[in-house]
Design a protein around this ligand. Structure first.
Ligand code: BTN
Length: 238
């Protein structure tokens, strides 16, 4: 469903989920007045130029594996950018999509958990498609990019959204047929920081692997730190 203007597509889908909506509901908004990013940040998405959408999932997997759904979504988003002609979109743990360290898309997974079950997950996706740098506030311009900037041409938003939903559906259906085990190795293939020195909170180490529950494994000498949340910063290249 495409809406002209909402507060946040996350809220629209959350309300529908609470009223029993089926999984697969996807709401795309042309403009959001209060788009939300991770860690309580705002998500700025100039009207009519980017994808701002939220998808309702009701996965039958253990809550322990819920982080893998965000990773899965970032794989689908990266593959969509590749299909648009964007060169080398890379993933930053847990689920940012970057091009040469500039953010081109972000994912906001919000879950409602029951006792050992996932009631629902709302997968929020913000993807920069037809924005130019001038469309973003000054303080973001050095940090972001878009498909238009990377490819030099505008892209059809509706077709791009359909391409994304199709890729998501294919990956999501694979979970039913083969479980979640394929997600971490596939995500690692798109990982921009693998083998690089990174920092997450107070921990610094080599970006070593993604565990089968989606956690980041940081190698610090003989120690492996398992990180389940945090903001990754690139320190340097080894
Ligand atoms: C991030 O901070 O990287 C995640 C950004 C997620 C933004 C999307 S836009 C559609 C959906 N609605 C929101 O309010 N946020 C998400």
């Amino acid at each position: 469903m495409i809406l002209d203007r909402v507060g946040s597509t996350q809220e629209t889908v959350k309300e529908a989920a609470a009223n029993g909506a089926d999984e697969g509901l996807a709401i795309l908004a042309l403009s959001q007045d209060s788009g939300r990013g991770r860690s309580g940040r705002k998500w700025i998405s100039p009207a009519g130029k980017n994808l701002a959408l939220s998808i309702l999932l009701r996965p039958k997997i253990s809550p322990r594996l819920a982080p893998l759904l965000g990773l899965m979504t970032s794989i689908a988003v990266a593959e969509v950018f590749t299909a648009l002609g964007v060169k080398n979109p890379r993933l930053k743990w847990p689920n940012d999509v970057l091009v040469q360290e500039r953010k081109i898309a972000g994912i906001l997974p919000e879950a409602s958990l029951g006792y050992n079950t996932i009631e629902y997950v709302i997968m929020g996706i913000g993807a920069n498609i037809n924005t130019e740098l001038d469309d973003f506030p000054q303080e973001l311009r050095a940090l972001v990019t878009s498909a238009l900037i990377e490819t030099g041409r505008a892209h059809d938003l509706a077709k791009t959204a359909v391409g994304l939903l199709t890729k998501m559906e294919n990956l999501y259906n694979r979970i039913d047929s083969e479980g979640c085990g394929f997600i971490a190795p596939l995500w690692e293939k798109h990982w921009g920081h693998k083998g690089k020195l990174i920092k997450v909170g107070a921990k610094t180490g080599i970006a070593h692997a993604i565990d089968n529950d989606g956690a980041l494994l940081l190698k610090d000498g003989d120690l492996i730190h398992k990180i389940t949340a945090g903001e990754v910063q690139l320190v340097g290249i080894i």
